[in-house]
Design a protein around this ligand. Structure first.
Ligand SMILES: [Zn+2]
Length: 451
């Protein structure tokens, strides 16, 4: 297939914007990029897909999300509104994840994947919890990813909050699924795995040690850390150490590990994250919603931490997350010079791609160049000012939006064309989830009343 008539944003380093060029895709891989007429003349046998003057970007990557949260949309929390993040966990997320059956897990994943295709997010790093349906839950999500045509990196968040048996089951689910990923080429290599941990505040020393022992050496961990100050207080009370120090001592950190949030870390913890090569993911919409504070992502990047960008279960609109990242640092520091859009691009484009590529061996994603995976989106953006390599990050902050994504391609396969989703039956998926929602909400209310 040849993609024609697009303005190609390659997101190479350095970035290039190519006019009058076409992309030749063979077997899911970008085989050539060249002047359009030359490619058409030399490959007359190929079908072509006309981008019709739209921008062609690599598909966006989400570094941290929770598919299982889909049923929270529109759900009422019984009793008085949660006053802080620990109450949000207790009153919302923990009763909700307990309510999920494997069928709900599948439905949650599918509605999130529909949303990702629509919003041009083609690779997602998920962090899953369903304490009453642990075993096999990652297979169910992997199957949904396979059907959707997208890419995903999965894990089960181990926690002690539901007792020893369930923390053991969580460990087993991670180990089993990691072994399956290593053994099989799930979804043609579009599914990868990490080892999931909920957060320091719900993990005992014994469980952390058990996780370290159970996890294969080459696999990284995916954990929430210092999302709220309570995680720090809890860690100090339990271990005499701050959260990141504790994770460091338990050998949880490293260049394949992901720490989500890192809002309440101190300078020593930032240094440990940088020196260990641990990735930090930033989710500003979630942080604002939970009222947990602002992560010092700009300072962390200056200190050498690889900061990535995620959605934390919000709609998979990565450019929306760019905008929030850009705006939040400015108001927080009361300085409009803070958080250049170029730094947001480093997080969301280059760091997210480096992170995701570690878990998905095979041709690289997140870039348009020969040899890379053909993960592309068409963006119907027609602006009244020039677009250059230098000002593109500001066009994304101030102009480009997810509703402009018209076509989503992964592995050379068209998943959405002209806003019509081809790989999944959006209507049926939405209708099925709507049928399941009242049952999930009923079970949720029963669990929430026990809190
Ligand atoms: Zn999260």
């Amino acid at each position: 297939m040849i993609v024609t008539n697009g303005i190609i944003v390659t997101w190479e380093e350095p970035n290039r914007i190519l006019n009058d060029h076409a992309i030749l895709i063979k077997d899911g891989i970008i085989s050539a990029i060249g002047p359009q007429q030359v490619l058409l003349d030399t490959h007359p046998e190929q079908d072509y897909l006309d981008a019709d003057g739209q921008y062609v970007f690599p598909g966006n990557i989400c570094a941290h999300t929770h598919f299982y949260g889909a049923f929270a949309r529109g759900m009422a929390i019984p009793g008085s509104p949660p006053k802080d993040f620990p109450e949000i966990l207790n009153k919302l997320w923990w009763p909700l994840d307990k309510s999920l059956t494997l069928e709900d897990v599948r439905a949650s994943a599918l509605v999130m994947l529909v949303d990702a295709i629509r919003n041009g997010t083609t690779t997602l790093i998920d962090h899953h919890a369903s304490p009453n349906a642990i075993q096999g839950s990652l297979d169910v999500i992997a199957e949904a990813i396979d059907e959707s045509g997208l890419r995903g990196v999965l894990c089960y968040e181990v926690t002690d909050r539901d007792g020893v048996d369930k923390s053991k089951a969580g460990i087993e689910e991670n180990v089993r699924f990691i072994e399956r990923v290593n053994r099989e080429n799930i979804a043609g290599g579009r599914v990868g795995a990490t080892f999931g941990l909920h957060a320091s505040l719900t993990l005992s020393e014994a469980t952390l040690e058990a996780c370290r022992q159970a996890a294969p050496a080459e696999v990284g961990f995916h954990i929430h850390a210092a999302e709220h100050e309570s995680d720090e207080y809890d860690s100090i009370a339990k271990s005499g150490m701050r959260v990141v120090d504790r994770l460091h001592r338990q050998q949880i950190l490293g260049p394949r590990s992901i720490v989500a949030h890192a809002i309440h870390v101190d300078a020593r913890e930032v240094d440990l994250l940088a020196k260990s090569g641990t990735w930090v993911t930033h989710q500003p919409r979630s942080n604002m919603n939970n009222g947990v504070g602002v992560s010092e992502v700009e300072s962390m990047m200056r200190a050498g931490v690889g900061v990535c960008l995620g959605t934390d279960g919000f709609p998979h609109e990565m450019w929306e997350e760019w905008k929030m990242t850009y705006l939040l640092q400015k108001i927080w520091h009361r300085d409009p010079r803070r958080m250049s859009a170029v730094d947001v691009a480093i997080m969301a484009v280059y760091n997210n791609a480096s992170l995701a590529n570690q878990f998905l061996p095979g041709p690289p994603i997140g870039v348009i160049r020969p040899g890379a995976s053909a993960d592309l989106i068409f963006v119907d953006y027609h602006t009244h000012t020039p677009v250059t390599v230098d000002n593109l990050p500001w066009h994304i902050v101030f102009g480009i939006q997810e509703r402009m994504v018209t076509t989503t391609i992964v592995d050379g396969k068209v998943l959405m064309q002209d806003r019509r989703i081809l790989s999944l039956d959006e209507e049926a998926i939405t209708a099925h989830a709507r049928e399941l929602a009242p049952g999930v909400w009923e079970r949720y209310e029963d669990f929430a009343r026990e809190v």
